[in-house]
Structure formats: C-alpha cells, structure tokens
Design a protein. Structure first.
Length: 291
C-alpha cells in the first residue's frame, strides 16, 4: 500500500508540478525538513485563552478555556495559509495529527466529547470551495486519530444581507450612501472579513451570528462539547460559538485550535509528559469544568 501511495504521489508530481509551501523545494507540497519543523512547533500544546481579550472577563478570569496545537508562526503559519487560501488540501495529512494531538492533550484521556467545528462564512466557502476546519476533522475521522470523540456539524452562520453578491459598483454606492447616515459606518466598507478589526469591532461583527442547526439541537442537548477552530486571535468567534451551543442546551467544556496568534510566554515550556501540564494558565477556571 505504501509503495502504491508513493507511486501515485510521483505520478501526481509529474502531472501537477508542486513545490514545498515553506521552502519551495520542488516535487513536494511539504518537504520532510519543513514537515518536521511544523511537527516540532506543535509538539507541546498549550493553553492560549488568556491572551485573547474576548475570552477573559474584567477580573481576568477565562470564560472559555482554549488549547492551541502551536503558535501561529513559521512553518505552521505557512501551512495553514496554503491550506486555507491556496487549496493545498494535501497538507491536511500533516495538520490533522497536530489538531488531534491538541484535542488529546485537552481532554486528558476522557471520552464522550462532541467535537463541534466552527463554520466558515459563506463568502470564504464560495471562494475556497471547502471549510478548512470541517476538512481537517474529516481527515481526523478517516485516519481514526480520535476514535473516542465524535464530530458533529451542528453550528451554522445566520443569514445576513448578501452584500458580497452585489456588483462591486452597486456595493460601493450603497455603502457610501449608508456611511453618511448610519453610526459605525467605518465597518460598512470593510467587507465580511475580520482581518484588521479590533477587539470591539470583531465582537460586534460576530455577535448573534451563529446558531445550532434545528436538526442537531437534540443531538447536542446535554452533551459535553469541544469547539474546534483553525486560528485563535481575539477569541470573538469562539465566544459567539460557545454562546450558540449553550443556548441550544449543549455543555461547552472548552475549545481547541490549530494555532494561536498570541501565544503566552510560557507556551514553549509546557510539560510534554503531563497532559494536564500543557493547559495550565493564570485562569482560575479548571479545564473541562461544565459551563
């Protein structure tokens, strides 16, 4: 089987030339050296919520515990960007085990959790043709990396004005006129993405934007859920997802992400042989405490 996979990979490289997304070595989407470097970045998962303002209350107490597989930098950042923006789906074979390891570190040997992926917005889905988080969880399931945890596609984005579907000229005309009469007008011309937005604007953008699918409410009611996302920034998206799951009766026990853009100073020094050591934080909350 391994020989067949190798032959197919060589044939694919001939038909569709590729190069390493990190160092640009030819004939491979991710060379062995860069793959090893990325695994090293994800060697010690860590708690990351304390650096995300939307996940910490005014007293400095975490409202949602988050475990990150690694820091959003170097090979991990390049792989994630190529996976999400350039359609390099083969990188899922390297990214999925890193995500699974972070989940294992978070749950500490316990079983029975539902993994709930964060949905991508409609515009990003139409552009990419897939949801990165859902694809990673599919890879995790196919490789049986987390056989004791089921994943469920329970969350969905609420529909809003389809401004991104309007012709460009019409869109700018409407937003330009609305900007003269509506408060918060700066956000009208920034599109649907959150890149570059501050904490308050991100929170306002996602507040009330998610809900649990009606047919999935009975499946998550009373169940312990772990939210799954790709990158943690301010935490606004995870906070909104947690609100939606709780509103539907689910028990939010925490979240796991592939990368954190604001890794805490202690992150590289987590104890590898202690599954609970990787999630120590300044937070007074305990991991997996029912919320």
């Amino acid at each position: 089987m391994t020989e067949l996979q190798g032959a197919l990979a060589e044939l694919l490289a001939l038909l569709i030339p590729v190069e390493c997304v990190c160092c640009e070595v030819e004939d491979t989407v991710l060379c062995g050296v860069c793959a090893q470097n990325m695994r090293q970045l994800c060697k010690q998962p860590f708690r990351a919520e304390q650096e995300s303002p939307s996940l910490v209350d005014v007293n400095g107490i975490a409202t949602l515990q988050v475990v990150a597989a690694g820091a959003y930098r170097d090979e991990l950042a390049r792989c994630l960007l190529s996976f999400k923006r350039s359609g390099q789906w083969r990188l899922a074979d390297v990214l999925a085990p890193c995500l699974a390891k972070a989940v294992e570190s978070a749950i500490g040997g316990r079983t029975g959790f539902l993994l709930v992926p964060i949905p991508t917005n409609g515009r990003a889905y139409r552009k990419r043709g897939f949801s990165p988080v859902h694809l990673l969880l599919l890879w995790v399931r196919l490789r049986r990396l987390l056989p004791h945890c089921a994943s469920i596609d329970a969350l969905q984005k609420k529909r809003s004005w389809p401004m991104d579907r309007l012709p460009t000229a019409v869109f700018h005309m409407l937003t330009g006129r609305l900007a003269d009469v509506l408060p918060g007008r700066e956000s009208l011309v920034q599109g649907n993405g959150q890149k570059g937005l501050g904490r308050g604007e991100r929170a306002r953008r996602v507040r009330g934007s998610m809900r649990v699918r009606r047919r999935r409410i009975k499946d998550i009611r009373g169940r312990e859920c772990i939210l799954i996302d790709d990158v943690l920034t301010t935490g606004a998206t995870l906070a909104e997802a947690a609100r939606a799951v709780k509103a539907a009766g689910g028990v939010v026990c925490g979240a796991v992400v592939l990368a954190a853009t604001r890794p805490p100073a202690y992150a590289p020094f987590a104890a590898e042989d202690d599954p609970h050591g990787v999630i120590k934080t300044q937070s007074k909350n305990k991991w997996l405490k029912d919320e």
